[in-house]
Write a protein that binds this ligand. Structure first.
Ligand SMILES: [Cu+2]
Length: 525
């Protein structure tokens, strides 16, 4: 196949040159941030506290439970396409969405069910859809290797085999993840327990169980998205959208309301709290419930992280969810250039004059079975520096780490910079063994798939690679600041039967055309 091989050689050459441009511009960005030079506009401090009118009812993404076919498989359909969204009445913004103009439906399946998702690409460019936090075979993961060409439908299937929790889905096309998510491609994927009444947790979707997808955006004067204001972490917007609604309010009709918080931003970290500094219960993190509600007055989430909180309201009151000066662990002036001093009003809760009684929240949930460090078959180290991990940039054909199936491993992750990074692992939910040698704080004591990696701190993670051996298809680990991931701050691991025979170099599947996947169409960019 001389023609094919010529094309693929050209493709690889182009990918390399584009990647090297991306890496060098990202390094330039880092240097810019370090030197304080103004070649890139530095993100100014944003303060919207007290200035948001909360005039729009919070949109609730439609709940989509799919349909169960004769084979017992729960099936869903997603179609990614471009549309127009009016975040401000009368001002149309070009956006991308699944089954709509912005974001996508909330998919829901019960733990133990087989599922199949038909994902049609109605865009003009290739994309992928990754099931963030899901335990599933690598070829179903929707990472950079499962590209969906325009006009093509991809139909991954797997069985839900993990704790009930809040997951999400979003594109993961190498080099274009930030732009595709920025345009609006994201949605929640709820994994539901067989007994939803357990532990007194509110579970009526859109009534007392509320999806809260928080994103920041910057708009041009003509109302289009722009990512021109950037810090080291990536694009920082001055307008907060919740489920695609600007200045949202939520009518609360019950004494207790559960908020499923997703930081769906590409770069911004939020430190959520209420304007009256009330306490609430943190009940779940990325991969499942905590062992018991953790009473707190704030929860901090970096991009991709989730938290489920249960808030008690009194009749008629109107508390405001806001984000105040997230603790980024960076030196003050650098933190301020990366959202660390920002104060953002996010959403107003409007409690009805008379509230429906809620079941009491259990004082304890289920015990989390702890993985034992002495069971670990392997320990790996991941040093994050610049926009690389262990001195390497993402290469599509390189398998950086090979893991043997049905083993427990300890991964020690350290961010060596003074700047922010995070660490996300596909396929598994992990447990945090220690943070700089200390027991993890409550918000890191449950199941996690993404953690914020504070500068200089060593995070010791433990995880089990239970099944789905496939030596030819990698999973990803990466920084979840999407601009960093796009610039190559990502690596690949395979889960295999026999590490001694598994390939370190894999074939990159050839594509139907010679279009560089990195030259994505991005209206408003
Ligand atoms: Cu990073």
């Amino acid at each position: 196949m001389p023609r094919d091989s010529r094309l693929s050689t050209r493709r690889i050459a182009r990918r390399r040159s584009i990647r090297s441009v991306a890496v060098s511009s990202a390094v330039a960005l880092a240097v810019t941030a370090l030197s304080g030079c103004d070649a890139v506009q530095r993100a100014p401090v944003v303060d919207t506290v007290g200035q948001v009118e909360f005039e729009n009812a919070l949109a609730i993404p439609p709940l989509d439970r799919g349909t169960v076919g004769p084979d017992g498989v729960r099936e869903f359909r997603l179609r990614a396409a471009e549309g127009v969204t009016e975040f401000t009445p009368g001002v149309g913004t070009t956006t991308w969405g699944f089954n709509g103009s912005y974001l996508g439906p909330t998919l829901a399946a019960t733990v133990g069910e087989p599922v199949r998702i038909h994902v049609e690409n109605g865009l003009f460019v290739p994309t992928t859809v990754h099931w963030h936090g899901m335990h599933l075979p690598a070829e179903m993961d929707g990472g950079p290797h499962q590209v969906i060409e325009p006009g093509v439908t991809w139909s991954p299937s797997w069985t839900i085999d993990q704790e009930p929790t809040t997951l999400w889905y979003h594109p993961h096309l190498h080099g274009e993840t930030e732009s595709h998510v920025e345009m609006g491609l994201a949605g929640l994927f709820l994994l539901e327990p067989e007994d939803p009444d357990r532990f007194g947790l509110p579970h009526r979707y859109g009534v007392d169980d509320i999806p809260v997808i928080v994103q920041d955006r910057q708009f041009t004067s003509s109302g289009q998205f722009t990512t021109s204001t950037r810090g080291f972490v990536g694009a920082l917007g001055d307008t907060v959208l919740v489920n695609g609604t600007a200045a949202p309010y939520l009518e609360v009709t019950t004494e207790l309301v559960k908020l499923r918080l997703l930081n769906g931003s590409t770069a911004r970290t939020y430190r959520f709290e209420f304007d009256d500094e009330r306490s609430f219960d943190l009940v779940g993190t990325d991969g499942g419930l905590l062992e018991a509600p953790h009473r707190t007055d704030h929860v901090q989430l970096s991009p991709g992280e989730r938290a489920e909180i249960v808030v008690r309201v009194r009749p008629g009151e109107q508390p405001v969810l806001r984000s105040i000066s997230p603790d980024l662990g960076m030196p003050g002036p650098i933190a301020a250039m990366n959202g660390g001093s920002d104060r953002l009003d996010i959403m107003q809760l409007r409690a009805a004059p008379v509230l429906e009684a809620s079941a009491p929240l259990a004082e304890r949930f289920a015990e989390i079975s702890r993985m034992n460090p002495s069971d670990a078959a392997n320990e790996r180290h991941f040093e994050m520096d610049g926009l690389q991990i262990n001195g390497q940039s993402m290469q599509m054909h390189t398998v950086n780490e090979i893991v043997e199936v049905d083993t427990v491993e300890i991964w020690k992750v350290r961010n060596r910079m003074q700047f922010a990074h995070s660490f996300h692992i596909h396929d598994v939910q992990f447990q945090v063994l220690s943070v700089d040698g200390n027991a993890p704080p409550p918000e890191l004591a449950g199941w996690k798939d993404t953690i914020y990696t504070r500068p200089g701190v060593i995070y010791e993670l433990i995880m089990r690679f239970e099944d789905y051996a496939d030596p030819d298809t990698p999973y990803m680990y990466h920084c979840h600041f999407l601009a960093h991931e796009d610039a190559g701050m990502m690596g690949q691991f395979t889960v295999v039967e026999d590490a001694s025979t598994a390939p370190k170099v894999i074939d990159i599947p050839s594509r139907d055309d010679d279009t560089a996947p990195f030259a994505g169409h991005g209206g408003g960019h």
